[in-house]
Structures are given as structure tokens and as C-alpha cells.
Design a protein around this ligand. Structure first.
Ligand code: AMX
Length: 438
């Protein structure tokens, strides 16, 4: 298989580079750690290695060194669409090179061959209480697939050198099945349907998802989802979902167990849930003013939100200090496809007004919009209005980045993760020592 071949060819050199860094230069310092960071969620401590993506505070996410506009331009396009094939993005994340159309199609074909989901998974989903959160169902379905993990089955008989190859097999199986599982959850939970979706091998990942969701008849949804899956796929390794995958995987838990953990992290309101919060805030504005408000009314509404002790969802970021390029890409999509949509016009007005308000308030380090300022609004336009489901979409996409990282972590022999803890008394002792008069 093409991904296997391409990674295999690069491995000897990568392994040498890592070996040399550890053996010959393992004592070189890259960072210092402060008490603020120990207590403050390890913010900014440089302690993770990945070559799959990098968040540049001044430019946003770079996938294998490429910006989102570059990526959308250079990756081979899906048949009948304006957006690239998701298979091409997966190739890029795994291999580090822009694929040809044939190479991207090879990944798409692999997915089509592996897309079917065993019946017991659907039965399990149907047996769950109706009110179960879609992210709980999604994570459970992934864990149920663990039964068939090649990594888990072969663990006792394979050598360390081949961990990555078996991890790649599992990763392809997992990513291939996610669109069908997600679409099943959507149709079952919100439309009471129990028919199994069918994956069409003549269509790409994005089109299959759109069709299985039954929104493909609305113009452009497949293209929207291709773009969505591409731009949400990875955001380096320190965010909760990526880090959870890496941490659990470092114990040599297989990709299914590790990704189920990642999804549970993504389901947290501080992580993957912000897109629904942002849409809810826009709807609140629209309802209060009976449509699009004046700039002055919107300014006041934003101030009321802040004065009420709430944040303005979709604005600000832990690392970025510019407009999130993922926001820009989605806004461009919306303006190209449905510029007259009320919610998009409102999101655009918010983009003009809210950064000014946040700057005046002077607290947020990044007053610009992030990825979540508009992604829910686009789903809303296409009639996917079940807010709770939005994080499942994020989950499908995030699987692409975190499995690429999982494969490379096994290929480079990354050890089990085990940072060291300190007690409060030890920190106070460190303060007493540091503050002693010279
Ligand atoms: N509205 C109001 N206040 C904000 C704000 C916003 N959008 N963004 C930051 N602030 C405030 C913080 O709450 C903090 O206030 P405090 O000092 O009283 O605690 C202060 O500004 C400084 O925060 P910061 O260093 O700029 O941000 P952070 O790294 O602590 O937090 C984030 C980053 C994203 C959690 C924050 O900007 C936020 O809450 N934004 C709104 C929610 C949101 O859009 N989340 C999605 C992020 C993207 C993702 O992961 N999916």
C-alpha cells in the first residue's frame, strides 16, 4: 500500500536523526519551566515532538509546513468538486509530501475497501438510551471496534520494528469507518432511522459522508465537508484530543482505544464544543434583534456578554495571535456559496465588531476569531441543526491527524509518557530558595 511504502522509505533516516538527538544531544536545553506553567496546565512548555503539523502564532496552522490556502490549492481535487480529496490530505499528513492525484486516489480506494462496519456496532448503538450524547455514542462505537484491532491481536507476537506497520493498518481501518458510524448516529438519533448506510467506492470520502448524512442533495455540502475534514484534522500535539491520543498510545494501547480516549477529551466544553456555543450566541443575537442588528446594537450586546462574566465564543486562542486561517477558509467558502445567508452576514458583522470590543476590554491576548466562530453556522445553513452533533464532525476530522501522529510515534519508538509531579510544599520550597536575598 502506498502509505506503507512511502513511510518505510523514509524511516531509516528519521530513526537516525532521532537516535542522534537523544544519544548525542539529549542534554541540550529547549525550555525552562515556571511554577505558573506547572499550575497553569503546562501552557507553552515545549515537551512534545511532532512533524505532522505546527501552530505558528503569527500564521496559524501549518500542515507538514504548508498553510491552509497552499494546501487547498495544491492537493488534488475531488471529482466534480472544487475542494481537495480528503485522501490526499491523509497522504500528506502521513508521508509529508503532496500526493499526485493517483496517490490520493489510492488512499480513497483503501478507505472504500475498509469502510464497512460490523453489525454488532450498530446493534450496540441502537441499544443505548435515546438521550445518549452523540459523542458518547461515537466514542463507544470506536471502542467497540477495538475487538478487531490488528495491533492488539498481534502485540505479543510482533517485534517493535513493525509496530508502526500494524498501527497504520488499524489507522486506515479506523478512519475508513468513521464517516459511516457518524452518519448512522446522526440518522438514528435525530430521524429514528435504523438502516445501515452504504459506502460507494466510486465516490470520495467527502461525498460518501454527505450522501450517508442525506444532505448531499443540497449544493456544496460534500465540498464543505471535504474542506472541514481537511482544516480540522490536526493542530499540533498539545491540544487535549491530540495529547490524549498520544498519551494513551504511548502505553501501547492500540489506535482504537487511544482514539476513543481522544474523543472523550474532544467532547469537553473547553475543547471541541465551542463551535456550538458560538452558533448559539449568534442565534441569541438574531433572536434579540429580530434579524441582523446595527453595529451599535451589536457592540452593546457584546459588551453585555462580557459584563455578564461570559466569554464571546469563537474569539480568542491559546496560541494564535492572528485571525485563524481556518476561520478565513470557512468564511470564504460561505461567501462563495451563500453570501446572502442571514447567519453568515451576521457572523461577518460580528467579525467587524467583536475584535474591537475585545481590544477595548483589553483582556484577551488574541481578539481575533478562531476556527469555531463560523463552522457551526455553515452546518446550520445546510440544515444540520442538531448542535450536539457538531463535535462528532470534529472527531472524524481529528482522527486523521492523531492517527498520523500515532503511526509516526510507533515508527520512531516514542517511549511511554511519564512527566514528574511535585507537591505544593515542594513548589513553596522552590519559591523560598529562588526568593532568598543574594
Ligand atoms: N471573550 C471574553 N474574554 C476572553 C475571550 C473571549 N472570547 N478570550 C479570552 N478572554 C479572556 C480570558 O477569559 C482571560 O480572562 P481572565 O484573565 O479573567 O481569566 C483573558 O481574556 C486572557 O485570556 P487569554 O490568555 O487571551 O486566552 P486563554 O489562552 O486563557 O484562553 C480561549 C483561550 C480560547 C479558551 C479563550 O480565548 C476563550 O475562552 N475563547 C472563547 C471560547 C472559544 O472560542 N473557544 C474555542 C477555542 C478553539 C478550540 O480549541 N476549539
Amino acid at each position: 500500500m502506498i502509505l506503507h511504502e512511502k513511510i518505510s522509505a523514509q524511516l531509516p533516516e528519521w530513526r537516525e536523526r532521532i537516535k542522534s538527538l537523544v544519544k548525542e544531544h539529549g542534554d541540550v536545553k529547549v525550555d525552562d519551566v515556571t511554577i505558573g506553567q506547572v499550575i497553569g496546565g503546562m501552557r507553552d512548555i515545549k515537551s512534545l515532538l511532532t512533524d505532522v503539523s505546527f501552530v505558528d502564532p503569527a500564521h496559524g496552522i501549518l500542515f507538514r509546513g504548508m498553510s491552509i490556502p497552499e494546501l487547498l490549492k495544491k492537493l488534488p481535487k475531488a471529482r466534480g468538486g472544487k475542494m481537495p480529496m480528503v485522501g490526499g490530505l491523509y497522504y500528506l499528513l502521513m508521508v509529508g509530501e503532496v500526493p499526485t492525484k493517483e496517490q490520493a486516489l489510492e488512499v480513497e480506494i483503501e478507505w472504500a475497501m475498509r469502510a464497512s462496519v460490523p453489525d454488532y456496532v450498530f446493534k450496540m448503538l441502537r441499544a443505548m438510551p435515546k438521550e445518549t450524547h452523540p459523542m458518547t455514542l461515537f466514542s463507544q462505537a470506536v471502542l467497540a471496534l477495538q475487538n478487531n484491532s490488528a495491533f492488539a491481536q498481534r502485540y505479543h507476537t510482533m517485534s517493535k520494528d513493525v509496530y508502526w506497520e500494524v498501527a497504520l493498518e488499524d489507522s486506515l481501518d479506523l478512519t475508513a469507518k468513521l464517516p459511516m458510524i457518524a452518519a448512522y448516529i446522526y440518522r438514528m438519533k435525530y430521524f429514528d432511522e435504523s438502516g445501515k448506510p452504504r459506502y460507494n467506492p466510486r465516490q470520495d470520502y467527502g461525498m460518501n459522508f454527505a450522501r450517508m448524512m442525506k444532505v448531499s442533495d443540497k449544493k456544496g455540502y460534500a465540498d464543505l465537508m471535504r474542506q472541514y475534514f481537511i482544516i480540522h484534522s490536526d493542530h499540533e500535539s498539545g491540544n487535549v484530543s491530540a495529547h490524549a491520543m498520544h498519551l494513551v498510545g504511548s502505553a501501547l494501547s492500540d489506535p482504537f482505544r487511544s482514539f476513543s480516549a481522544a474523543l472523550n477529551g474532544l467532547a469537553g466544553p473547553l475543547h471541541g464544543l465551542a463551535n456550538q456555543e458560538s452558533l448559539a450566541w449568534l442565534l441569541e443575537v438574531k433572536e434579540k434583534f429580530g434579524g441582523i442588528p446595527s453595529r451599535e446594537d451589536l457592540r452593546q450586546f457584546a459588551w453585555d456578554t462580557l459584563n455578564g462574566g461570559r466569554v464571546i465564543p469563537g474569539y480568542g486562542h491559546g496560541v494564535l495571535r492572528v485571525v485563524d486561517p481556518r476561520f478565513t477558509a470557512q468564511m470564504q467558502f460561505a461567501k462563495a456559496h451563500f453570501p446572502e445567508d442571514d447567519m453568515i452576514r451576521l457572523a461577518d458583522l460580528v467579525y467587524e465588531v467583536v475584535p474591537e470590543v475585545l481590544k477595548e476590554q483589553g483582556k484577551a491576548k488574541d481578539p481575533a476569531p478562531n476556527v469555531d466562530a463560523v463552522s457551526g453556522t455553515l452546518q446550520y445553513h445546510y440544515g444540520v441543526r442538531e448542535f450536539q452533533f457538531y463535535t462528532v464532525l470534529f472527531g472524524i476530522s481529528r482522527a486523521l491527524g492523531v492517527t498520523a501522529n500515532y503511526v509516526w510515534a510507533r515508527a520512531l519508538g516514542m517511549p511511554i509518557e511519564r512527566p514528574k509531579s511535585m507537591t505544593t510544599k515542594m513548589l513553596e520550597g522552590a519559591v523560598a530558595e529562588a526568593r532568598q536575598p543574594a
